[in-house]
Design a protein around this ligand. Structure first.
Ligand SMILES: *[C@@H]1O[C@H](CO)[C@@H](O)[C@H](O)[C@H]1NC(C)=O
Ligand SMILES: *[C@@H]1O[C@H](CO)[C@@H](O)[C@H](O)[C@H]1NC(C)=O
Ligand SMILES: *[C@@H]1O[C@H](CO)[C@@H](O)[C@H](O)[C@H]1NC(C)=O
Ligand SMILES: *[C@@H]1O[C@H](CO)[C@@H](O)[C@H](O)[C@H]1NC(C)=O
Ligand SMILES: *[C@@H]1O[C@H](CO)[C@@H](O)[C@H](O)[C@H]1NC(C)=O
Ligand SMILES: *[C@@H]1O[C@H](CO)[C@@H](O)[C@H](O)[C@H]1NC(C)=O
Ligand SMILES: *[C@@H]1O[C@H](CO)[C@@H](O)[C@H](O)[C@H]1NC(C)=O
Ligand SMILES: *[C@@H]1O[C@H](CO)[C@@H](O)[C@H](O)[C@H]1NC(C)=O
Ligand SMILES: *[C@@H]1O[C@H](CO)[C@@H](O)[C@H](O)[C@H]1NC(C)=O
Ligand SMILES: *[C@@H]1O[C@H](CO)[C@@H](O)[C@H](O)[C@H]1NC(C)=O
Ligand SMILES: *[C@@H]1O[C@H](CO)[C@@H](O)[C@H](O)[C@H]1NC(C)=O
Length: 539
């Protein structure tokens, strides 16, 4: 694995992107002074604490926050932690935190959320602080993972659609500048899933907020996505129905998919580098008519279920609601959305945000319901504007990525959005390159994890000092360089790392460069598929 050292020769580049280092001389005093003096309309400061590097902070798990599932977060650097409540209307508001490193680079970063959740994503806030960003995160207008708070309060829904991140960013910037007594040099955003949608929402509607965004697996076309996530239940039926396919059979189906499609990219390595090329046919798994034991084959109704799961989802008058689930993701998807149970986000969103009917039965979701949600589109949560000129004209940069083994949000929606932008702006990919680059990450599950080289700097990795990592293997660093040093630092590929058992301490299993859309990854030497040099990006 000789080439590996070069991916990590990052120590020198740390200085190159250090930015305008600003050191707070007495952070303890500065932090306490800030708590006494900061004041802004609609903002209540809950507490201000000076936090020495390495402190293991205990996080609130009160009430619905227990569902956020995070009890503690280590502060990676010495910082001032500011916790606030910000009213967004007379019946809504966000809780947010700003983590202000004592060694500040002059950069600012907002972070997003996931699912329908109102959970500050502390891991991302800490990741940002570790790079010397003044980093902020908010609860998206409500606490916990459920969407019940939307019931009868459209202001909370408005926070979720766009206002929480907008407010977090405006207030976060004010807090940052007040604390350091200096202007922010550059403002960034990092988010995945709902966080990816939130980032694109700001790019679309508030283009002045950020100089650069890293947006992963974005929940774009949100109403339709929610219908699509829910449409699997009517297809599979409940888990006692003859049409339902149990997880054990999805293991067989996954193996059959690899059999049919794995080598399409030149390497039978368990990773589909371009699942759009995979037109999977489950028919070979159909049980013979004389079968007495059907546990290792698909019954005829199950074959139909599998076929329908891998078809694009069309609604009334042949309108595309959402592209199909990409093949390859079934080991995850079978345990999340093919379970024969209502998908919680779909159930909550329809009950409390769309239909205002807390008894709505998710098994009845149909094309009419989907069309109703798309037409209602509360607070334009759809997030589908294709004209990004305002963001581009201000010099903004977008790194968009999507894992090709995503079992929660099909990766086939991301190229659809990229192409929508290309058509809306009448720009060829070579022209979009100046501000918008999209990378498909082979073998990555939803935002992280999977059999592929999925560690690309999109999140903190336990046991890895990413601050010193080479920009080529870290999308956040890459974005900083692209924004601050220009076109020459724009990513042509994104280098991913697969650690042995996803454990840094066990070493690197392999490295692979991921291609910029519309290019796809092909292997020129199947024997050496773990060598990044064996792969090539082609049209
Ligand atoms: C932080 O504290 C939690 C318990 O609140 C514990 O589970 C975790 O291991 C601690 N982390 C570190 C790095 O000490
Ligand atoms: C404070 O909140 C109200 C809505 O409750 C809003 O109209 C006003 O603009 C906010 N003020 C600031 C400074 O954001
Ligand atoms: C809250 O604000 C709305 C509109 O912004 C207004 O119609 C309503 O009267 C206000 N309610 C209270 C209790 O102030
Ligand atoms: C700030 O960074 C300098 C090096 O640039 C280092 O010597 C110092 O220990 C850092 N201070 C804190 C509080 O992290
Ligand atoms: C959310 O939890 C925080 C504690 O972190 C609490 O201060 C706030 O009041 C809660 N918000 C709501 C809407 O319950
Ligand atoms: C089927 O769903 C029920 C809940 O409705 C659950 O209790 C049961 O464990 C599930 N069975 C299987 C085989 O997944
Ligand atoms: C089913 O029929 C095939 C031939 O069509 C035969 O090879 C197989 O042994 C039969 N299986 C059973 C369980 O009878
Ligand atoms: C059916 O086949 C599976 C796998 O070969 C085996 O585990 C199971 O015991 C069989 N069931 C019956 C009823 O024979
Ligand atoms: C939901 O609808 C399905 C399909 O119409 C039906 O079988 C099921 O009984 C309903 N569930 C409830 C709780 O009403
Ligand atoms: C959403 O679905 C509707 C049909 O229900 C369709 O007309 C519309 O174009 C879709 N929107 C997007 C962004 O795909
Ligand atoms: C990786 O995990 C597998 C399965 O959990 C285990 O068998 C293997 O020993 C682990 N490898 C290392 C190097 O720890």
């Amino acid at each position: 694995m000789a080439p590996l050292t070069s991916w990590f020769a990052g120590a020198a580049s740390l200085l190159a992107v250090a930015g305008a280092q600003h050191v707070v001389e007495d952070p303890q005093a500065a932090c306490s002074k800030f708590g006494e003096t900061f004041s802004r309309e609609n903002v209540t400061v809950n507490f201000v604490h000076h936090v020495p590097a390495g402190t293991n902070l205990t996080l609130s798990q009160e009430g619905p926050l227990a569902t956020c599932g995070q009890a503690a977060q280590v502060a990676p650097v010495d910082l001032c932690r500011v916790a606030m409540y910000v009213a967004t209307s007379n019946r809504s508001g966000i809780t947010m935190e700003a983590w202000l490193p004592s060694n500040w680079t002059g950069r600012f970063m907002s972070t997003g959320n996931g699912g329908l959740n109102g959970c500050i994503k502390y891991v991302d806030v800490a990741y940002g602080a570790s790079f010397g960003f003044a980093a902020v995160g908010a609860n998206n207008g409500h606490n916990g993972t459920r969407g019940t708070a939307f019931e009868g309060n459209s202001d909370i829904l408005e926070d979720f659609a766009y206002r929480s991140l907008y407010t977090e960013t405006i207030v976060g910037k004010a807090v940052t500048q007040a604390y350091y007594g200096k202007n922010i040099n550059h403002a960034y955003y990092l988010g995945c899933s709902t966080g990816g949608r939130q980032g694109f929402k700001m790019v679309q509607d508030f283009p002045e907020l950020f100089n650069g965004v890293v947006v992963g697996a974005p929940a774009l076309a949100f109403n339709n996505l929610t219908s699509w996530s829910g449409h699997f239940l009517p297809i599979t039926g409940s888990n006692t129905s003859s049409t339902w396919v149990p997880p054990s059979k999805w293991t067989l189906i996954h193996a059959d998919i690899l059999e049919q499609c794995d080598a399409l990219d030149g390497a039978a390595d368990g990773i589909l580098e371009d699942p759009t090329l995979c037109r999977y046919k489950p028919i070979a798994l159909q049980c013979p008519s004389n079968a007495t034991n059907t546990s290792t084959c698909l019954t005829a109704p199950q074959v139909v279920t599998v076929q329908r799961i891998f078809e694009d989802y069309y609604g009334k008058n042949g309108a595309l609601i959402y592209p199909r689930m990409q093949p390859g993701s079934e080991l995850v998807a079978s345990n999340v959305i093919y379970t024969g149970q209502p998908f919680p986000y779909t159930e909550d969103f329809f009950r409390y945000a769309i239909l205002n009917d807390p008894t709505w039965n998710a098994s009845t979701l149909d094309a009419e319901t989907a069309a109703y949600a798309a037409a209602l589109n509360p607070f334009n949560i759809e997030t589908w504007k294709g004209d990004l000129s305002a963001f581009r004209n201000r010099g903004g940069k977008i790194i968009h990525f999507h894992g090709l083994r995503d079992g929660i949000i099909t990766s086939e929606n991301s190229p659809r959005y990229y192409e929508h932008v290309a058509r809306s702006m009448e720009l060829a990919p070579s022209e979009l390159d100046s501000f918008y680059r999209f990378f498909r990450i082979g073998g990555m599950e939803h935002c992280s994890g999977g059999d592929g080289a999925w560690s690309i700097g999109q999140e903190a990795v336990e046991g890895l000092d990413q601050v010193g990592q080479d920009a080529q293997a870290n999308v956040l660093r890459r974005l900083i360089e692209w924004v601050e040093e220009g076109e020459a630092k724009a990513p042509e590929t994104v280098t991913g790392v697969k650690y042995v058992n996803d454990t840094v301490g066990l070493g690197v299993e392999f490295v692979r460069r991921h291609c910029k859309y519309p290019l796809r990854n092909v292997c020129r030497d199947a024997e050496r598929h773990q060598d990044p040099e064996a792969w090539e990006c082609i049209l």
